[in-house]
Design a protein around this ligand. Structure first.
Ligand SMILES: Nc1ncnc2c1ncn2[C@@H]1O[C@H](COP(=O)(O)OP(=O)(O)OP(=O)(O)O)[C@@H](O)[C@H]1O
Length: 366
């Protein structure tokens, strides 16, 4: 494993007791405010010395309390990007980027020209930070971190200070970073939409401990974890391939469980996409629905049912080898007689789309 973390620290009222491993690609640390996400990445960066534990990144031991190893922050080879970009205001973008290279003589994961290209900051090089939007500042901060030749990137809610439009603007750059940077990324967030779009691996933190860690697809389709993720945000992600762009303005996607039709997408035929199906956007029918306007109906088998204390139930449905989550009322589940093994049809009312495979290009060989 590329990253291995096992740390304990007692702050008095709050105790962190966290262990997880992460492979290449983007690992999201997700949890409510105060669950310990920033404390974990501060420990990796060397900004906090845990009372006990060990941290290894790309084969280098950064911290091992038993062996008395505690590398200082500047020797850890971490690139840290904070919520606010923290660029040097008196320097141009080019000088800020070069600053990243100042303290190391090793080649970075990507050459400078590729970093500039990947982050789309070539046109900004002579500007000062005051002349940049929030999203542009964050892209420069990521570039500066990458050029310091890190073994790992730590991103602490890099979109938190941006409005919705700026967030949408920067997300495709983060997808490219995930797919092209060739180094592990720990990404702190409490926004499930970002996590679903970007993560390969998910670490769910609750009160300082890891509730679950694993591939994002598995965790997001687990009904037992939905209350922790947030019932309104619950939903599964799948990989889909663009099959065709039709003349009537629809794009046809192939998932392992069947075909979906969405309003025209710009992605090329044959490309792979990551799609998210929110649980509350799925309806169920026992027979193939007829006479309805919904285009997207997948044959499914009920795999798991989770009842909560409210009026809703969560169902995990197998659609081929994939799983999707559906949230319907307990009354409907009873009326339809749903139980594990029931064959049904999932009517998918809306789907959101992002670039990239759910497993990530690096994970296939992991
Ligand atoms: N130096 C410290 N001294 C005492 N308590 C601390 C210290 N650093 C963090 N904590 C406590 O540890 C807990 C976890 O904080 P942390 O910032 O890691 O949470 P988080 O999940 O990143 O939250 P948020 O999403 O709000 O940023 C909090 O209760 C915080 O008050």
């Amino acid at each position: 494993m590329t990253v291995s973390i096992q740390i304990s620290h007692d702050f008095g009222p709050f105790r962190l007791d966290t262990a997880f491993q992460a492979g290449p690609g983007l690992t999201a640390l997700f949890g409510r405010s105060g669950s310990g996400k920033t404390t974990v990445i501060n420990a990796v960066a060397g900004l906090l010395t845990p009372q006990q534990g060990n941290i290894t990144v790309a084969g280098r031991v950064l911290f091992d309390s038993a062996a008395g190893i505690n590398l200082p922050a500047h020797k850890r080879r971490v690139g840290y990007v904070f919520q606010d970009a923290r660029l040097f205001p008196h320097m141009t973008v080019a000088q800020n980027l070069r600053y990243g290279k100042r303290f190391n003589h090793r080649p970075g994961p990507l050459p400078e020209s590729e970093v500039i290209d990947m982050l789309g900051i070539g046109g900004l090089l002579s500007r000062r930070p005051t002349a940049l939007s929030g999203g542009e500042k964050q892209r420069v901060a990521i570039g500066r971190a990458l050029l310091s030749a890190p073994d790992i990137l730590l991103l602490d809610e890099p979109l938190a200070a941006l409005d919705a439009t700026r967030k949408d603007e920067i997300l495709p750059y983060l997808e490219r970073l995930r797919d092209q940077a060739r180094l592990p990324i720990l990404y702190v967030s409490h926004a499930m939409t970002e996590v679903a779009r970007l993560a390969n691996t998910l670490v769910l933190l609750q009160d300082g401990t890891v509730r679950r860690a694993g591939p994002v697809t598995n965790l997001l389709s687990d009904p037992d974890l939905a209350p922790l993720i947030g019932l309104r945000e619950a939903g599964s992600i799948l990989t889909a391939r663009v099959l065709a762009h039709h003349d009537d303005g629809l794009t046809e996607l192939q998932t392992a469980g069947g075909h979906l039709h969405l309003p025209r997408l710009s992605a090329a035929t044959g490309s792979t996409l990551r799609i998210r199906i929110p649980a509350h956007e799925v309806m169920l029918a026992l027979t193939p629905p007829q006479g309805i306007s919904a285009l997207n109906v997948l044959p499914a088998v009920v795999d798991q049912i989770r009842e909560g204390s409210g009026p809703g139930v969560l169902l995990r449905l197998a659609t081929g080898p994939d799983y999707i989550l559906a949230r319907i009322t307990r009354r409907s589940a009873t009326a339809l007689g749903l139980r594990p093994g029931t064959r049904c049809h999932a009517i998918v009312k809306s789907v959101s789309v992002a670039q990239g495979d759910v497993s990530g290009p690096d994970q296939s060989s992991a």
